[in-house]
Design a protein around this ligand. Structure first.
Ligand SMILES: CSC[C@@H](O)[C@@H](O)C(=O)COP(=O)(O)O
Ligand SMILES: [Zn+2]
Length: 208
């Protein structure tokens, strides 16, 4: 358990740094967004609910097990904790999950009428899993927003059963979820998606 806690502080430090970076970019305005990292097969560290993600400290992170039990006393976990948990349960290769609320993710998730947004024709795609050339493409499924998080999590899980290589998704009028093997890789995926979404939004202004 001591080792888990030691791990917790190191992972929490990485999440604090990512929160500061992404808030600074305008992708986690006010108290929006959430960040987590796997500690072992049964535990994760995740942001506590309602904290400003640009100004987190170790007290704003907490230990939760992958059944959803809160193991840090006196703290309320992120509202969308279950959306993080289902990803860790799916694959031991998922080591960190990050949720952002950027303007491009918000706008595109509302204007795209299809069930998914395909990103193509950009070299930065190569920063994403499964893409090796700029000829590759990635489709982000778009789920209707739902305050019932277990229900939304079940929809995401069902989609990923059918499309296990999905590297991220959008929630309509809400934001982006993506993940990686560790916090470093999840950060890269956030940056790549946010860049691609911004480009896509700007491209549509010229060619709607
Ligand atoms: C503050 S608006 C955004 C929230 O409703 C929620 O979607 C979110 O991303 C952060 O909630 P939190 O409970 O702080 O993890
Ligand atoms: Zn959110």
């Amino acid at each position: 358990m001591e080792e888990t806690h030691e791990h917790l502080e190191a992972r929490a430090a990485q999440l604090i740094s990512a929160g500061s970076l992404f808030h600074g970019r305008g992708w986690m305005p006010a108290t929006s967004g959430s960040l987590s990292a796997r500690l072992d097969d049964h535990h994760m560290v995740i942001t506590a609910s309602g904290h400003h993600k640009g100004d987190l400290d170790q007290n704003d992170l907490m230990l939760v097990d992958l059944d959803g039990h809160v193991l840090s006393t006196g703290k309320q976990p992120a509202a969308e904790t279950f959306l993080h948990i289902i990803l860790y349960r799916r694959s031991a290769d998922i080591g960190a999950v990050i949720h952002t609320h950027s303007v491009p993710a918000m706008v595109l998730s509302r204007v795209v009428v299809e069930a998914g947004l395909t990103l193509a024709g950009d070299d930065v795609l190569k920063a994403l899993p499964g893409c090796t050339t700029h000829h590759d493409s990635v489709t982000l499924p778009i789920f209707p927003n739902d305050g019932n998080i277990p229900q939304l999590a079940a929809q995401v899980d069902d989609h990923m059963n059918r499309h296990p290589d999905t590297p991220g998704y959008l929630i309509e009028g809400h934001g982006l979820y993506t993940w990686g093997r560790d916090v470093t890789e999840a950060r890269h995926h956030v940056e790549a998606f946010e860049f691609l979404l911004d480009c896509e939004l700007q491209r549509r202004r010229f060619d709607p």
